[in-house]
Design a protein around this ligand. Sequence first.
Ligand SMILES: [Zn+2]
Length: 96
Amino acid sequence: MAQPIDTIGKAVRRGMLVKATCKRCGNFRCYKASDLMMVFGGGRDPLTLKFRCGECKPAIDVTLIDVDLDRMRSATVYEPFWMGGKVVAWMATRLR
Ligand SMILES: [Zn+2]
């Protein structure tokens, strides 16, 4: 197996998605590692990112997903929406 993916930058090089799953209700959102690098920097360990579930807030599991474009074509990812150099919202978008 290759090196562990312990930074967002490595996940970007493999074109991965980052999936944040709520441990309580199973709610999840996927993000492109490249978008997260723009927001949080490439050196951050993606598994330490703090996500919150809008419904119940508590613990969120973070996992990395290899993108299989045939299977993932219809996946929804949340992309940052920038205004004045800051992220003001995360918008649901169809993965291309
Ligand atoms: Zn939840």
